[in-house]
Unconditional design. Sequence first.
Length: 113
Amino acid sequence: MTRLDERLSAGSLGELFASHRGNNSPALRFGAEEWLWDEVACESARRARWLRRRRLEAGDDRAQHIGVLLDNGPDYVFMLGGTAISGDVLVALNTSRGGEQPPSTSSTPRPES
């Protein structure tokens, strides 16, 4: 089994991110900046701890859907890893549609504006 095979059989995205602790190969390039896998794993784990702490402070330790409005960049990757490690779900919010409503795929009528 190769290292990639081992990582892909990790079981979850959170386990995949966490499995890269100590890996000093390049993981992410954005503009002139570069992050090693270890740095991505550590930053993701830091955000996972923050998410867990917020849940505990709110008195609700259940997994949450976390809405994020971020550009496609390193912060998005770190939040994706953080939510995966914490057991939460990242919900990417997209403002590029400007106020238009996407076509409905539901049989439930939409309220008129």
